[in-house]
Design a protein around this ligand. Structure first.
Ligand SMILES: [Fe+2]
Length: 227
């Protein structure tokens, strides 16, 4: 089965993930080398300081720049966004413009510091007011006690390959995948040293048979289906 990377900063110049087309091409080559044929591109969107229409314009331009090169490599790049949660995010009227194209799924980044109750209120509003299905990105990166609570919400959760590099913690993360507590995996690739996709490959080898499950989930989400 071909591999899908569900979190990647590969659009040239869209954010700090890739400064130009040359960097993006190295990233894509790294992806191809380990059998990735679909990349969900997730440039950062910080709603409190970025205009949404400007973000969409820049994403479109950078995606169009990369698209022919990606196609030549046999890679589909899907223009999405990594949307950072803040208290007023649910008030954005056009939040659905940030979902993965033709789906109701939105990649949502939680605050890195300890969370207040507002986090849960905001997620509830995003679901009920906007009819959005949040995907919580890189669940391995938040304070442990907050994540344990959030995992009980039955949302969709994405884990970074970085999680599987820690000898101490990777057993727990492999279990999360096996127990289907997390459903998606992403490289969160930044820069062009190629290490992120080597790590992607290593993480999937560690996960073993459950890779199929992760990839099937990813495929269904891209197609706008429930998992
Ligand atoms: Fe990211």
């Amino acid at each position: 089965m071909k591999r899908i990377d569900f979190h990647a900063h590969v659009l040239p110049g869209a954010d700090h993930g890739s400064k130009d087309l040359q960097v993006s091409l190295k990233q894509l080559q790294g992806a191809k080398n380990v059998g990735v044929d679909t990349i969900v591109a997730t440039p950062h969107y910080y709603g409190w300081k970025q205009d949404l229409s400007e973000f969409r314009k820049s994403r479109k331009e950078t995606w169009e720049l990369l698209q022919p090169e990606a196609e030549a490599l046999g890679i589909q790049v899907i223009p999405a966004a990594e949307v950072t949660l803040y208290q007023e995010l649910p008030e954005l009227p056009s939040l659905t413009e940030l979902t993965i194209p033709n789906t109701s799924y939105l990649l949502l980044e939680m605050p890195m510091e300890s969370w207040g109750n507002w986090v849960y209120t905001a997620i509830e509003k995003i679901i009920s007011v906007h009819k959005i299905l949040p995907i919580i990105v890189h669940v391995d990166r938040y304070p442990e006690k907050e994540v344990e609570k959030l995992l009980d919400w039955n949302l969709v959760y994405q884990i970074n390959v970085e999680a599987f590099q820690s000898i101490w913690k990777r057993r727990k993360f492999v279990q999360w995948v096996q127990q289907e507590r997390v459903q998606l995996i992403g490289s969160d690739v930044h820069g062009d040293d190629g290490k992120d996709y080597v790590a992607f490959d290593k993480a999937l080898k560690l996960i073993g048979k459950s890779e199929d499950l992760l990839m099937r989930n990813a495929r269904r989400i891209i197609e706008g289906k429930e998992i």
